[in-house]
Design a protein around this ligand. Structure first.
Ligand code: GLU
Length: 419
């Protein structure tokens, strides 16, 4: 298999052209598909930072700003030593699509900084964060580009950046960054939003299919920090979690996993081997076990042409970014295994990011119930739109989500630019 096949940006472009070709009024959007096939702007900047030993170290930052038909740009800042420009571009494009499928007035961006934050002291990390804002504050701000945490970035980092931005523009601007600490304007229910979004999407799809989460056999493959919250929520709905994996371990109980036992395991230093009632397999094997719902939440390219024939799940809920390759997706469709795509399933986080910004800008804060109710209403309605359009076009949920999203982007482009 050539590497191009699993190149994230190439895959993203393929996906939008697939959806475009199915659009009923595609003739009206010929020039717009070319515009959204590439980011509008990619910024590369080198930032010198004084380290604790007084040496200066240069850090490279990238920002891909995908489309600006409805400002501001929105998307995470990732701190990671291994940059992949194709991924930066793809993530910004996905962010436009993700915001649009849930009808948020935000468009996609992605920041990526080449750094291993574990090698920096806290002071160095703070200087790096503040220096970046000093160099780039003309490109960011509540009406321009609103970053949020991503891999290796934290609410504390967002709070430093927001503080620096506010100092520079001489206006307290909590809406310049989201995912900040509680005292700098974090939204209630933000911690739960990612997992809650996953559960609402899943519940709504099952409801539309006249099914329920109750008694469904579920496998979760490595769901990062939010997985435990989701596991608890699913257990409260009487789902049967049968396999769960983390970055270090994979456990199984053919009848039911007790989430509290897993919490105890996570908190202890014991090896899973000590829990003899649980069978241990590899992270790859877990994907191939029989279940009702498979939740790949770990890394990209988990279900590929080499293992797709062995997938026995009835429904797949994607929580990782692009865990299913486009080629594997085609095979899943022919096997009638439906996939709830990442761009819909993962939208809870950015939805509450948006709510955070709205509350920041209004300086009026909602309680948990209000945030959760708004989240539920918007996610359920987006899920229904995707389900109905997939039926109408006899296509997959993924392509339906892209069609809905691209239509909104195209309409905004037409209205603003008369194209
Ligand atoms: N890490 C998230 C992403 O880039 C941030 C989204 C947001 O802006 O809230 O997908």
């Amino acid at each position: 298999m050539s590497t191009k096949i699993n190149d994230p940006f190439n895959n993203a472009q393929k996906q939008i052209s697939l959806a475009y070709n199915l659009m009923k009024d595609k003739e009206n959007h010929k020039n717009k598909i070319d515009i959204i096939s590439n980011p509008k702007r990619i910024i590369e900047i080198s930032i010198p930072v004084k380290m604790d030993n007084w040496n200066v170290k240069i850090f490279t930052w990238y920002r891909s700003q995908h489309n600006d038909s409805r400002w501001p740009f929105k998307g995470g800042i990732r701190f990671h030593q291994d940059v992949n420009i194709s991924e930066v571009k793809a993530l910004s494009m996905w962010m436009s699509i993700k915001c649009s499928v849930i009808d948020l007035p935000l468009w996609g961006g992605k920041w990526w900084v080449i750094v291993n934050p574990k090698e920096l002291s806290e002071w160095e990390l703070e200087r790096l964060s503040r220096w970046y804002v000093r160099q780039l504050y003309k490109y960011i701000g509540p009406e321009q580009d609103v970053p949020a945490p991503d891999v290796n970035t934290t609410p504390q980092i967002m709070a430093w950046m927001m503080d620096e931005y506010s100092n520079l523009v001489w206006v307290y601007s909590p809406g310049s960054f989201t995912g900040k600490t509680l005292t700098s304007g974090w939204s209630k229910w933000r911690g739960e939003a990612t997992a809650q979004g996953w559960v609402y999407v899943l519940q709504e799809i099952l409801k539309l299919k006249k099914k329920k989460v109750k008694w469904k056999k579920i496998i979760i493959q490595w769901a990062g920090n939010a997985w435990l919250t989701m596991a608890k929520m699913l257990t409260e709905l009487w789902a049967k979690l049968i396999w769960i994996s983390d970055s270090r371990w994979w456990i199984y109980n053919e009848k039911w996993l007790v989430v509290n036992d897993i919490i105890t395991l996570k908190e202890s230093d014991k090896s899973v081997i000590e829990y003899s009632k649980w069978q241990i397999v590899t992270n790859a094997e877990i994907l191939e076990k029989a279940c009702d719902i498979l939740i790949p939440a770990a890394l990209e390219n988990q279900i590929t042409i080499s293992n797709v024939e062995n997938i026995k799940a009835k429904l797949i809920l994607e929580l990782a970014n692009w865990p299913v390759t486009p080629e594997a997706d085609e095979v899943l469709t022919s096997k009638k295994i439906q996939v709830i795509p990442d761009i819909l399933a993962n939208s809870g986080w950015v939805m509450v990011s948006y709510f955070e910004q709205v509350q920041n800008n209004a300086n009026y804060y909602w309680d948990e119930i209000e945030v959760n109710t708004k989240l539920k209403t918007k996610i359920e309605s987006a899920t229904r739109d995707v389900y109905n359009l997939a039926k109408e076009y006899s296509t997959t949920y993924r392509t339906a989500a892209y069609i809905i999203s691209m239509k909104r982007i195209f309409d905004a482009m037409s209205d603003r630019w008369n194209i």
